[in-house]
Design a protein. Sequence first.
Length: 122
Amino acid sequence: MARAKTDDLDVLGGYSFVLGVIIALILGMVAQIIPLGDKVSATLVILLVILGLIVGFVNINRKEMKDFLLAVIAIGIIGSANLEVIPAVGNYLAGIVAYLGIFVYPAAVVVAIKEIFNIAKM
């Protein structure tokens, strides 16, 4: 019985990750073309944060923690670059990276806290 719950959580985590990445990619591109209303933008940002939290709690196992946190750091560094100066695609890239950050930063906070607890247990 316990295995079925784990399988359900794995499925939820997998779908949350895929959905979060897709939403971040679409928002990053669409927000550059069509101005989103404040309510729509806020709702989608909250959705990305919730999906990120689900991914952090469910999807990232102990073996993947360091790699995941390193990837999040890379996204943060890329996001701090001045991507807008790249002709034709820079604004889109900046938007995509910004929304990816909104998605993965909450997951990173959860994973980092889980890792701190794992270190404290040792």
